[in-house]
Design a protein around this ligand. Structure first.
Ligand code: SPV
Ligand code: MN
Length: 616
């Protein structure tokens, strides 16, 4: 360690903590921590190892500093994020203020929110300067993906929020031991976070909320926010770093669940699935009777001719709204049982958490993110304050779930046989449809994905937006190149996985959903059978759809209920005009804003257009 670094560290780290950091012989790590400490000026720094005591200490700190408060059930705590009114709050990802720091001459494409590196750095450094005075900085080490595997990526976070660090302990594999094996490699993700000035334990300066990402240096800066999507650096912030790294190294980093679908006999077939936030991803990963590898982030690699996937995480930061015994029995059970769970932005009354859509009686008053809450409470603009936030969340370790897949920690991941893409689409796509082949699927299901916006990001809800691969917010490389990487991964595979499009949100003429939430169980079982060639399909201009009889049998077997021909006809109707309009919209976006879109994209779109016109 150079003198200057050592001097900076010795000022704030006592000898035990200094030794822990020095034991990782990595100059780039030492410099990163030293610079963070010099900039943010915490009173002290605690370096956490992988030990149970350190993890327990972080949890205790979160309670002692009142970022979290215990609930009645053992192990449960709650946390609130900032709230001024329904328009100004800290309870979703802030896309507006999440920017890439780019050097002059670098062009990431017009689509990405970017800022000149010098300008952005000086702004965020100004907000971070002295931000940790009076506080303890925590240094945490994590491994993204299973440890000791071709997929493993190392990450370090410096944060002054014990809630953030505690969340990370539930969500990620410990990585102190892995950092010790890194040698002097500079190839690791770095995240520097400060919650900034606090009022009532929440970030107060929301107007100075910034999340800035330096791709080349693999550093994320996050300040004046606590919402996990803006601060838990190894979630979406590192997904951006991972997409850039994967592009350089020839693999894929995706906003995807990984689930094992249990077919006839002992057969387990693995699928990955990309859905925008709050569009059924976690509940697909948690289907009753199936097993979950991951619910949010996956790394995929071609290994020995197979597409293999791992969960980047080992915990779930899930949307709690609509979790009820009927629709999400596994999660419901975990949220009712003792054991570590963090509830965020729920209503609390007498030590019990409540949320929207839980389908239980809820109290007329209690405490929520707006302070003391009572039914009918409004914000300063006269808008209703709901009892819990629509993007309220729970954080839980996956191994606590009875449906956790045995391959969660498998260093070689699971073999992917099918890939699913789904958005929130009220009027165009059928509930389930197989693509003709990989390229057709990547272009018409993945790269053409559109979805109506939700509460998971700040801003208006219900607006149809273009969201290729459900990854638009995180694609840190030119979009055409990213699509090309997805197209080309199959060149290394002995057999192409099947691609499916799903739509859980189709509505009828009366505006009501045409499907129940549980219907997705049937769609997944059908896909599983398709992978193995156990059922036939009907060819249409947009792909291959199920035969009525197969679905009728699966509805009976999986859900114990009848599925009528009339329901099938309505759900699987070919909406020619809507499908054509979608092709036009998508093509226009590529022509206007994706200069490096591959030519094959236009060819596949045009061929689909011609098939639709012929069908009409
Ligand atoms: C999402 O919004 O897609 C999430 C939660 O999974 S977070 O990205 O952490 O906000
Ligand atoms: Mn997500």
């Amino acid at each position: 360690m150079d003198d200057r670094t050592e001097q900076a560290l010795r000022q704030k780290l006592d000898s035990a903590n200094f030794q822990r950091l020095a034991a990782i012989e990595n100059p780039a790590l030492h410099r990163f921590v030293a610079e963070a400490v010099e900039l943010c000026e915490p009173d002290s720094v605690v370096v956490c190892t992988d030990s149970d005591e350190d993890i327990a200490m972080v949890r205790r700190m979160a309670i002692e500093n009142s970022e979290e408060t215990p609930l009645a059930t053992e192990g449960h705590t709650f946390h609130f994020d900032g709230f001024a009114d329904n328009q100004h709050h800290d309870q979703g990802r802030d896309k507006e203020n999440t920017r890439y720091l780019v050097s002059p001459g670098t062009d990431l494409g017009g689509r990405l929110n970017q800022i000149d590196k010098q300008e952005g750095l000086s702004e965020v450094r100004e907000f971070l300067a002295g931000s940790m005075r009076g506080r303890t900085a925590l240094v945490r080490f994590f491994c993204l993906g299973p440890v000791d595997s071709a997929f493993s990526v190392s990450g370090v976070q410096v944060t002054d929020s014990a809630y953030v660090a505690h969340s990370e302990d539930l969500l990620y594999r410990s990585g102190y031991a892995q950092f010790k094996r890194l040698g002097d490699s500079e190839d690791f993700f770095r995240v520097l976070h400060s919650a900034g000035r606090l009022e009532h334990n929440v970030s107060a300066d929301m107007d100075k909320r910034r999340i800035y990402i330096a791709l080349d240096e693999q550093i994320v800066y996050s300040v004046n926010t606590q919402y996990a999507g803006n601060t838990v650096g190894f979630k979406k912030l590192s997904l951006r770093l991972a997409i850039s790294k994967a592009d350089r190294e020839g693999w894929l980093a995706e906003h995807m669940l990984v689930v094992g679908i249990h077919g006839p006999g002992e057969r387990v077939t693995y699928f990955t699935g990309a859905f925008p936030s709050a569009c059924g991803k976690t509940s697909t990963a948690m289907l009753p009777g199936e097993t979950i590898v991951g619910d949010d982030l996956a790394y995929l690699r071609a290994i020995d001719g197979e597409l293999r996937a791992v969960n980047v995480e080992e915990g779930v930061f899930g949307i709690i709204r609509d979790v009820n015994p009927q629709d999400d029995p596994v999660i419901w059970q975990a949220l009712q049982s003792p054991g570590e769970v963090i509830f965020s932005n729920v209503l609390v009354a007498d030590g019990v958490p409540y949320w929207l859509g839980m389908e239980q009686a809820t109290p007329g008053e209690g405490r929520n993110y707006s302070g003391e809450w009572h039914e009918g409470k409004t914000d300063s603009a006269g808008k209703e304050i709901t009892l819990a936030h629509r993007n309220a969340r729970y954080t839980v370790r996956q191994e606590r779930l009875p449906n956790c897949d045995p391959h969660l920690q498998d260093p070689s991941g699971v073999k992917v046989s099918g890939v699913i893409y789904g958005g929130r689409d009220s009027d165009t796509c059928v509930p389930v449809e197989q693509a003709f082949d990989w390229a057709h699927g990547i272009i018409t299901k993945a790269a053409s994905l559109e979805s109506e916006t939700t509460a998971a990001t700040l801003g208006a809800e219900g607006v149809r937006v273009f969201n290729p691969m459900s990854n638009i917010d995180f694609v840190a490389i030119p979009l055409g190149r990213y699509i090309e990487n997805n197209l080309r991964i199959v060149e290394q595979l002995a057999k192409e996985p099947l691609i499916f499009g799903v739509n859980y949100f189709l509505k009828g003429a009366d505006g009501a959903y045409l499907n129940a939430m549980e219907d997705k169980r049937v769609w997944l079982k059908w896909m599983e059978l398709r992978v193995h060639g156990d059922v036939d399909a009907i060819e249409r201009p947009t792909g291959l759809i199920p035969h009525y009889e197969d679905l009728q049998r699966l509805f009976r077997e999986c859900l114990g209920r009848d599925y009528t021909r009339a329901a099938y006809d309505e759900q699987f109707e070919l909406r020619v005009d809507k499908s054509l309009a979608k092709l036009d919209r998508v093509e226009a976006i590529y022509r206007e804003s994706v200069p490096d879109a591959p030519e094959i994209l236009y060819q596949i779109i045009e061929a689909q257009r011609q098939r639709l016109l012929a069908a009409r």
